[in-house]
Ligand binder design. Sequence first.
Ligand SMILES: NC(=O)c1ccc[n+]([C@@H]2O[C@H](COP(=O)([O-])OP(=O)(O)OC[C@H]3O[C@@H](n4cnc5c(N)ncnc54)[C@H](OP(=O)(O)O)[C@@H]3O)[C@@H](O)[C@H]2O)c1
Length: 270
Amino acid sequence: MKTFVITGASDGIGAEIARQLAATHRVEAALVLAGRSQEKLDAVAAQCARSGAQAITVAMDVSIEAQCRDLIARAVGKFGRIDALVNNAGLSAHALFEDVRAEDLHWYESLMRVNLWGAVWCTHAALPHLKQSRGRIVAVSSLAGLVGVPGRNAYSATKFALAGFFEALRAELKGAGVSVTLAYPGVVATQTRHRGYDAKGEAAGRSGLKEEDAMSVEECARLIIRGMDARKREVVMTARGKLGRFLKLLAPGVVENMALAALKDEMKPN
Ligand SMILES: NC(=O)c1ccc[n+]([C@@H]2O[C@H](COP(=O)([O-])OP(=O)(O)OC[C@H]3O[C@@H](n4cnc5c(N)ncnc54)[C@H](OP(=O)(O)O)[C@@H]3O)[C@@H](O)[C@H]2O)c1
């Protein structure tokens, strides 16, 4: 029996990772599904159970350290081991820096707590168990964690931080047999940008990015699971992402223009 702890499992990419793990591992999979919405977690757990997997839910907020530690304690309490921790919970944000008022700037810290600290706290608590199982860690960054995206300065900061942390941790854990896979999705068809913060730190209710060529959630989850299974260092998902990464070293101005081109016209800086 393999135990997978997945944060942000109530919706979007995390929920789909849970469903695909349940479908492929069936009775071999024990899933610990974490997120804030109990109702949504229950629905995903029921879908996983229909595939034959065991699934428990933990309603929690990754921006609170004690709740991250409790998540891991409950996973170990129930299943006795952790084979993989998927740090997927995350929040989006879209605002030009100059449009953020001083009194609203505090949401940058909140974003960092969700996108970086949640993963740090969960990973710290899970580490002894992952070392015991010679397990796997996944961290879901973003192409905005490889290239700074205009209008997404706060989000980019959190995802660069996440990537830096896990890149360093990967090297630290080399001898322990614990792999670290960093996933860098591009635009994936979820509601994340609608839920993410606007300049005031309120739910944006719309996306600032062009969404026409968005990758399906199914494809994104499949690529993340494949990378985790193969203990890949990185999963860069799109040709644009792969190109942008190398081009950044050779022609950074071109990459800036590519990043600007990803924005809807009305969201571009003047
Ligand atoms: N979709 C994309 O285009 C895209 C691209 C690159 C990277 N990503 C990254 O992929 C990950 C998943 O995003 P998604 O597109 O699947 O978004 P999503 O559909 O909005 O799902 C986000 C998940 O994170 C959970 N979550 C948010 N804040 C939380 C908190 N404070 N505590 C616990 N759980 C929390 C949500 O659950 P609750 O609301 O129930 O708490 C939900 O399950 C994120 O890290 C995101 O930054 C997404």
